[in-house]
Design a protein around this ligand. Structure first.
Ligand code: BTN
Length: 264
């Protein structure tokens, strides 16, 4: 990919400002700086290599050169979304449905926003909200997709097993075409972000529905229960072993199945 192919995508999909960078710290940082300068809705920064890529909960995200898609989209809203949490589902739903519909793959979302291909993590999403007082100025939606096996580290333990598009599909894909497919789906879902259809699609693609899962909270407290679905705000509903219903929001938890099928 290069600036010219990104500009072509920008024109086709009516994006805002677009820029392709060889190396950045984090595309989310650049996008936030752009948002402060007034970049319009759907402005996009993509990079070949991130030196300080960020994941959820302050974790690192690796983007070695020539191995992944790393990009951030600036999203602005005419009206406040019902819940900012919905942005967590937006990126995952876009990648999930792009892989299903354009690449005929079976994919799931490990709530809130990891996309699983063959049961392993192929994509992570980092939404960062920018507020001025109580006014939501923009959401920076950062998305990282492993294109080849070089995208994820082999020498450090991962929180969840990883896979790349190339490994999952058994062939490589063109990065610009893949990006365009994801952005197209993202624009469609963005128009529906405040609808019930959006929540139903997010829920309909959830991994481990009806299964026992473990939830690790920010204070490291572990809860085991059955995944029942999503509520109207996109929070997960769990039935605990004591048959109590508990609801969790995306901010600071980690989820995994009790029977870990991804490691088979
Ligand atoms: C996660 O699974 O923890 C979220 C990973 C999000 C990674 C993307 S890559 C593009 C953007 N820039 C970053 O620094 N992070 C996001």
């Amino acid at each position: 990919m290069d600036q010219i192919s990104l500009e072509r995508i920008g024109k086709q999909l009516e994006l805002g400002w677009v820029e392709y960078k060889e190396t950045v710290t984090s595309t989310n940082d650049l996008a936030a700086a752009w948002a402060r300068k007034g970049a319009p809705n759907f402005s996009l920064i993509a990079a070949n290599h991130q030196t300080k890529g960020r994941g959820r909960s302050g974790r690192q995200w690796f983007t070695p050169p020539d191995s992944a898609l790393a990009f951030s989209l600036i999203l602005r809203l005419d009206q406040e979304p019902m819940d900012v949490q919905r942005f967590s589902g937006l990126g995952a739903l876009a990648v999930c449905t792009a892989l299903q519909q354009e690449y005929q793959q079976e994919t799931q979302i490990k709530w809130p926003n990891d996309v699983l291909l063959k049961g392993k993590k192929v994509c992570g999403v980092l939404p960062e909200a920018m507020w001025t007082g109580s006014n939501l100025e923009a959401v920076i939606l950062g998305i990282g997709i492993n294109l080849t096996a070089n995208a994820y580290p082999k020498d450090i333990p991962l929180l969840y097993p990883a896979i790349s598009i190339e490994e999952g599909l058994g062939r490589s894909v063109r990065d610009d075409q893949f990006l365009a497919a994801v952005l197209w789906h993202l624009k469609v879902w963005f128009t529906k972000i405040n609808t019930l259809e959006f929540i139903e699609a997010w829920e309909g693609n959830l991994a481990f529905m009806g299964e026992e899962i473990e939830i690790t909270q920010a204070d490291h407290q572990l809860i085991v229960g059955r995944l029942k679905g999503l509520d109207s705000k996109g929070r997960i509903i769990i039935e605990t072993q004591e048959h109590e219903t508990q609801i969790f929001s995306a901010s600071e938890i980690h989820l995994r199945p009790v029977v870990d099928t991804s490691r088979k």
